[in-house]
Design a protein around this ligand. Structure first.
Ligand code: SME
Length: 162
């Protein structure tokens, strides 16, 4: 029977992300591949998407990029709004186990119960972030956080080559 925490699965998905990284022709293609991979393979990752910093925007703003899951009304998020803005402005991963209890939360779907947002760094700056919503409370354990941070790092390294 499948267990809730499956290190083997996390390892498999990490290796699949490595494969995508070596086969993708651009950071854009890699980001698309990562959204598909995580949404398909990680059963609690119900919405998976990238928000990227708009080049030259003043004040800075995050713009929705590739995503898998339901349409979201939040296609542009200023850095002083939402869990997304908090992660980008602090440069730190934000994990929210119960979105109802976090006043920063901007709702995308009524079904969302927990969320993780991981900044993507390129050349030492926040270039964007990987945002994942789950229909399950506290869906993002330590192993999930490591996997999502790993995927964000792959994208950051790829962006540095462009
Ligand atoms: N919940 C996010 C907004 C983006 S949606 O999750 C897709 C936030 O609070 O910033």
């Amino acid at each position: 029977m499948a267990t809730l925490f499956n290190p083997h699965k996390l390892d498999q998905v990490r290796k699949a992300a490595d494969k995508l990284s070596s086969e993708s022709r651009s950071a854009d293609e890699l980001m698309e591949g990562i959204t598909v991979l995580l949404n398909k393979e990680m059963l609690k990752y119900n919405w998976v998407g990238f928000y990227m910093m708009e080049p030259g925007a003043n004040p800075p703003v995050l713009v929705l990029g590739h995503y898998q899951g339901a349409m979201t009304p939040h296609t542009r998020i200023p850095l002083n709004q939402g869990i997304c803005g908090a992660a980008a402005s602090s440069g730190k991963t934000v994990v929210v186990d119960d979105v109802k209890k976090d006043q920063r939360y901007l709702a995308c779907s009524l079904e969302t119960k927990s969320e993780i947002v991981v900044p993507v760094f390129a050349h030492g700056q926040v270039a964007g972030e990987l945002d994942i919503d789950s229909h399950f409370a506290a869906a993002f354990a330590h192993g999930d956080r490591e996997l999502v941070e790993y995927c964000a790092q792959l994208v950051g390294k790829r962006l540095e080559k462009e």
